[in-house]
Design a protein around this ligand. Structure first.
Ligand SMILES: Cc1cc2nc3c(=O)[nH]c(=O)nc-3n(C[C@H](O)[C@H](O)[C@H](O)COP(=O)(O)OP(=O)(O)OC[C@H]3O[C@@H](n4cnc5c(N)ncnc54)[C@H](O)[C@@H]3O)c2cc1C
Ligand SMILES: *[C@@H]1O[C@H](CO)[C@@H](O)[C@H](O)[C@H]1NC(C)=O
Ligand SMILES: *[C@@H]1O[C@H](CO)[C@@H](O)[C@H](O)[C@H]1NC(C)=O
Ligand SMILES: *[C@@H]1O[C@H](CO)[C@@H](O)[C@H](O)[C@H]1NC(C)=O
Ligand SMILES: *[C@@H]1O[C@H](CO)[C@@H](O)[C@H](O)[C@H]1NC(C)=O
Ligand SMILES: *[C@@H]1O[C@H](CO)[C@@H](O)[C@H](O)[C@H]1NC(C)=O
Ligand SMILES: *[C@@H]1O[C@H](CO)[C@@H](O)[C@H](O)[C@H]1NC(C)=O
Ligand SMILES: *[C@@H]1O[C@H](CO)[C@@H](O)[C@H](O)[C@H]1NC(C)=O
Ligand SMILES: *[C@@H]1O[C@H](CO)[C@@H](O)[C@H](O)[C@H]1NC(C)=O
Length: 592
């Protein structure tokens, strides 16, 4: 039976009444209860959507894929729309690789694989443009009330709800077939204080940032203060600081000193599945506070605002290092160079260095940029790095190195980290190397790197240890895997594959990632762990790999705050029964 829309904002408490909405489907011999999707009789009527639109200030839109303007017709689930616009198409085509351009598009996924790669920029307007796994409609939320209304509407109508901030997600968690999106990118407020005095024992400088604030905005703001401040962010300046980053953990160049971004969080304002705006800090809703700090994105609520510790900025210096097959005569020598470089991972993190590097297969390249020494002069940094250069010289390996010093970390961050690309399609995996495995069996680590590259995957490495500078009494105050406190290198693996490739090709790539590429890394570092924001969500035992002994507690917090499964992101706590059946489309809960 269809329920009147008019009271939906008032009715969010009476959950049980609405459970009847949805469909029952069979897939692979199992029975599923599915959310409501376009074409289902439980999908809201135009009248209902119009009322929702009016209630969210006219900020509801039918979603078009980013490059729809390059096609005559967008064949969407709500009907055909004429979309061709030559100048818009030229703009989207030339900017498709630009991260910030894609961030500003309300529903784009910067890594396109999980959008199903439909409707990419083209010069042939008569090609077909379909929605793929992009959302059906989106709300550009401008107020807390818009988010609450979106939550209530999704719940009332049993819709698939996706929260989208910057769209950086590697795992497809900010897109979703048949979904309604709430976009939090407009929450851009920033304020700072020198004397935060919330509960939890910390008093001192802090920043409070809206859900849409990106790293470059927060860091620029902190740099404008006197004295200049910094905070933990990712190495990538366009990632949001209060969406997926903090809920996965959030590692970056400062991690050796202060742990994850999550470890520096002081308070959240968050809207839970019941539509209530809550404060979460060490004394108010402490379980929710803990879970939001690394317990998985889009699982416990929609973050509206977060407060973090800030730190004094310090003089910093950095090196780059490049080694490739043309600087070396042969592959054996190249791998000797990789081995020499990587054998210093423990030495580097023990000295507080952060090292970002890329290891690629064709042609084989090791690109290290940057090696970061915070609060270190170039001479101090060189003293730490020199043993590596000595080894390379002794082996007769050709390499190229540069170095720079800066009066602040902020200046180093802007000068030495390279911009990254959007618009690529790949499966992302990864693993984190435990110190004990690197110390005791380094040859196996390098052997696994060879396996990864020969399977066609890239490696992006991040040398840090999230337990190095953070006192042990702080470690379990975040929900991240305890194993992160004793690692030396966090690896991302990247297997390029098109999101619209034939299904057998996609299955082969997924199998190669899970079992060959990441399988090799897991075997080489059995004490390693996995980072939920940069990993294969389909890896075996993801629960333990992502959260270790914290997992059961996260499931119980999830069940308390979202008992009906309003929020969903793949492989987050308690989602075992949820699946995207029918080739990654309908989100459904397995009943048997
Ligand atoms: C180029 C690049 C570099 C990266 N570098 C780093 C790095 O150095 N360190 C690091 O830790 N990670 C890094 N990441 C990974 C990053 O942590 C994830 O991509 C993260 O999910 C991005 O979060 P977002 O909110 O910006 O993006 P989105 O894709 O918009 O969201 C990601 C997830 O968070 C959820 N979410 C978003 N906003 C909210 C909200 N307000 N409330 C609740 N849930 C929300 C979404 O539903 C989704 O599940 C990098 C990623 C890329 C693409
Ligand atoms: C929502 O309202 C705005 C403003 O009236 C309008 O431009 C927009 O098309 C509406 N969205 C939908 C999905 O109808
Ligand atoms: C939508 O457009 C496609 C391609 O132009 C066409 O084949 C299809 O019949 C149209 N559907 C409707 C409902 O108009
Ligand atoms: C997704 O892409 C696959 C090919 O990779 C295709 O078979 C499937 O129909 C697509 N689904 C949608 C919804 O676009
Ligand atoms: C690679 O180069 C090194 C140094 O020049 C040399 O000793 C070695 O024999 C070469 N190996 C191969 C397989 O060519
Ligand atoms: C920076 O390094 C100096 C020594 O070189 C040390 O005395 C100081 O405590 C360091 N500052 C911080 C914030 O770590
Ligand atoms: C290899 O290294 C040399 C010297 O450092 C550099 O000029 C060249 O561009 C590099 N090649 C690749 C493919 O990275
Ligand atoms: C640092 O760079 C300068 C040039 O900018 C160079 O002269 C110096 O040798 C470099 N130091 C090291 C250790 O590479
Ligand atoms: C963290 O560890 C301390 C000491 O081992 C323990 O008392 C506390 O209960 C733990 N807290 C959490 C949240 O697990």
């Amino acid at each position: 039976m269809r329920t009147s829309i008019f009271g939906f904002a008032l009715l969010s408490g009476v959950d049980a009444f609405f459970f009847s909405k949805g469909t029952t489907r069979q897939w692979n011999g199992n029975t599923y209860a599915c959310k409501c999707f376009p074409g289902d009789s439980c999908w809201p009527s135009n009248l209902e959507w119009n009322i929702l639109n009016a209630t969210v200030g006219g900020n509801l839109r039918v979603n078009l894929p980013p490059a729809a303007s390059c096609y005559n017709t967008f064949q969407g689930p709500l009907g055909n729309i004429s979309t061709y616009d030559a100048s818009k198409c030229a703009m989207v085509t030339s900017n498709f690789g630009d991260e910030q351009f894609q961030v500003e598009l309300p529903t784009a996924g910067l890594w396109t694989y999980f959008t199903n790669d439909t409707c990419r920029p083209t010069t042939n307007p008569s090609d077909s443009c379909t929605l793929g796994h992009y959302p059906v409609l989106y709300i550009t939320a401008k107020t807390v009330g818009h988010i609450q209304t979106g939550i209530a509407f999704a719940k009332l109508n049993n819709l698939r709800l996706v929260i989208r901030n910057t769209g950086h997600d590697f795992l497809g968690r900010s897109v979703g077939w048949g979904s309604l999106v709430i976009n939090t990118h407009s929450f851009k407020s920033i304020s700072t204080t020198n004397s935060w005095t919330g509960p939890g024992g910390y008093s001192g400088p802090a920043i409070t940032a809206g859900a849409g604030v990106q790293a470059f905005e927060a860091l620029a703001h902190l740099n404008s203060l006197s004295p200049k401040r910094i905070m933990v962010t990712g190495e990538c300046s366009t990632v949001g600081i209060s969406g997926g980053l903090v809920q996965g953990g959030g590692h970056g160049p400062l991690t050796n000193f202060h742990g994850f971004l999550a470890d520096t969080a002081l308070q959240f304002k968050v809207i839970t599945a019941d539509g209530v705006l809550r404060t979460a800090n060490p004394s108010v809703n402490p379980d929710l506070f803990w879970a939001l700090k690394g317990g998985g994105p889009a699982s416990y609520g929609v973050i509206v605002e977060a407060t973090y510790k800030t730190f004094a900025d310090l003089p910093s210096s950095g090196f780059t290092l490049d080694i490739n097959l043309s600087t070396n005569q042969n592959e054996t020598l190249f791998w000797e160079a990789v081995r020499a470089f990587h054998s210093y991972s423990t030495h580097f993190v023990d000295n507080g260095l952060y090292v970002y590097y890329e290891l690629g297969p064709v042609p084989m390249t090791l690109h290290v940029q940057p090696i970061v020494g915070i609060n270190k002069t170039i001479a101090e940094l060189q003293a730490i790095v020199q043993p590596l250069f000595n080894d390379l010289n002794a082996l007769g390996i050709g390499y190229l190195t540069t170095n720079q010093s800066f009066s602040t970390f902020y200046d180093l961050y802007n000068a030495m980290f390279e911009p990254e690309m959007a618009g690529n399609s790949a499966l992302t995996g990864g693993w984190t190397l435990a110190r004990t495995d690197v110390e005791n069996n380094h040859p196996a680590i390098i052997q696994s790197f060879k396996t990864v590259l020969s399977a066609g995957s890239f490696i992006v490495g991040h040398m840090w240890n999230a337990g190095h500078g953070l006192s042990e009494s702080e470690w379990n105050k975040s929900a991240v895997h305890p194993g992160f406190r004793n690692v030396v290198d966090k690896l991302i693996t990247i297997v390029p594959v098109s999101g619209n490739a034939p299904l057998v090709e996609k299955a082969e790539a997924q199998n190669r990632l899970t079992n060959v590429v990441d399988g090799a890394l897991r075997a080489a570092s059995p004490n390693g762990v996995s980072y939920v924001n940069e990993a294969d969500p389909f890896q075996p035992n993801w629960q333990t790999a992502f959260w270790g002994t914290n997992y059961p507690r996260l499931v119980s917090i999830r069940q308390r705050y979202d008992p009906t499964g309003l929020f969903y992101a793949v492989s987050t706590p308690g989602t075992e029964k949820w699946e995207q059946i029918e080739y990654g489309t309908r989100l459904c809960k397995k009943l048997n």
